[in-house]
Design a binder for this molecule. Structure first.
Ligand code: IMP
Ligand code: MG
Length: 399
């Protein structure tokens, strides 16, 4: 399961909904920058590192592609039932996010000033960089006792608090003891026994480090192709992808957003849709559905099945618009990559084939939304299999 936009597509809810059919849920990318929200009986749970299948009693796997912040993991475990800890397995190859990485994330953002990326300041970029530089500890290294010397030299410009670092490492060891193993081996074992694993992606395809709107991206891969590399399983085991999209678009942080609504229209959708970051609380930028970007994301992931979320929000918005092409200096294109260096200048070409205004969902899919589903299926050449019309687990229609 992958996000088809810039994150916050409602993936947490869909994972929770589907998890019943699986033996395990495995997170494969990102870190505590993610905020996957599940609402049951009015109670809201936001997962940052623990897979969103936790409330369905599933086996919970944190794969090696994830950068693991033990402090956040500890906070998450503290508020969940004890059973969750027993179901959790963290891959020993996960890079550990240290306080130094978080501090560096903040320092880099401050250094960038007006051209800041708008990161979540969770140390994600520095942590993946330290992994690429072969400086950071893996979860298994931390348990064995790790020499932080080279890492602290690398970070020598930061005010390194050595005593604080030692205390953090000791707390992290305590937390991780008994949780660390091989997620790769576990998934292969489950597969051999005929078990099923749901692979949970974080962020969205357009935030992919390589294929997203670089440099305004996260520091990991967010598309389905990363599943096998990140988890340490053969590509053939990754299965088919399910893409999740909202019926409009949002983005947190900086970077191009062709269909952004900057005025009161955007503010109205933001407040109707409670579009504030689940991790940082920042107001999300809001815009119309962008079919050009979606087609690109669908192509990257080979997506044939899509879940659409938040249709209820557009029940309260009179107009519906979908961007079907970008215009730049008199040329129109339906290719997301055509004006890649000018995505912040393209003008969206809109269609308004129907509206979802006033649609009610409690007695099944209303005709208005059927039109929307047909339209999406035709435009994107996919099958819409799930429509989500509210945060609550029960507000889900399977098609
Ligand atoms: P980082 O991942 O914290 O380095 O942030 C890089 C960019 O990705 C920023 O624009 C963030 O707002 C965005 N981002 C990171 N994680 C998420 C997420 O889970 N949802 C939405 N945006 C995210
Ligand atoms: Mg989110």
């Amino acid at each position: 399961m992958v996000g088809l936009q810039w994150g916050d597509e409602g993936k947490g809810k869909i994972v929770d909904f589907l998890a019943g059919e699986y033996d395990a849920v495995a997170r494969f990318n990102g870190g505590s920058n993610a905020g996957h929200t599940v609402v049951i009986g009015g109670r809201k749970h936001t997962f940052h590192l623990i897979p969103s299948g936790a409330l369905k009693g599933k086996e919970l796997l944190v794969g090696a592609g994830v950068v693991l912040d033990p402090v956040v993991l500890g906070e998450e475990l503290a508020i969940l039932p004890d059973e969750v800890r027993r179901k959790l397995l963290v891959d020993g190859r996960c890079s550990v996010v240290s306080p130094l990485d978080k501090e560096f994330d903040r320092a880099l953002e401050e250094m960038r000033g007006g051209s800041a990326i708008g990161t979540t300041r969770r140390g994600i970029g520095p942590s993946y960089a330290a992994r690429a530089l072969r400086l950071s500890p893996r979860a298994s290294d931390l348990l064995d006792g790790f020499d932080f010397g080279p890492l602290t030299i690398y970070y020598r410009k930061l005010a390194v608090d050595s005593a604080g670092l030692i205390a953090w490492a000791e707390d992290s060891q305590k937390l991780l003891r008994g949780l660390v193993g091989s997620v790769s081996a576990r998934i292969i074992e489950l597969d051999e026994r005929g078990g099923a694993v749901l692979f949970e992606g974080s962020q969205g395809s357009l935030l992919d480090l390589i294929h997203g709107t670089y440099p305004f991206v996260t520091s990991t891969h967010t598309t389905a192709s990363y599943i096998s590399a990140a988890l340490g399983i053969p590509p053939s085991m990754a299965g088919e992808s399910l893409g999740v999209t909202k019926c409009y678009a949002t983005r947190v942080g900086s970077g191009p957003f062709p269909t952004e609504l900057k005025g009161p229209e955007g503010e109205s959708v933001r407040s109707l849709g409670s579009e504030y970051g689940a991790t940082t609380g920042r107001p999300r930028r809001v815009g119309w559905l962008d079919l050009v970007a979606l087609k690109y994301a669908i192509r990257l992931n080979g997506t044939k099945k899509v879940a659409v979320s938040k249709v209820d929000i557009l029940s309260r918005v009179r107009e519906f618009k979908a961007c079907v092409a970008y215009r730049h200096q008199g040329t129109e294109t339906t290719d997301f990559q055509r004006f890649l260096a000018h995505l912040d200048e393209v003008e969206p070409v809109y269609e308004s084939p129907f509206s979802l205004y006033g649609a009610e969902y409690d007695r099944g899919l209303p005709d208005q939304c059927k039109k929307f589903v047909d339209y999406l299926e035709k435009q994107l050449e996919v099958k819409v299999i799930i429509v989500s019309y509210g945060d609550e687990r029960s507000k889900t229609i399977e098609l």
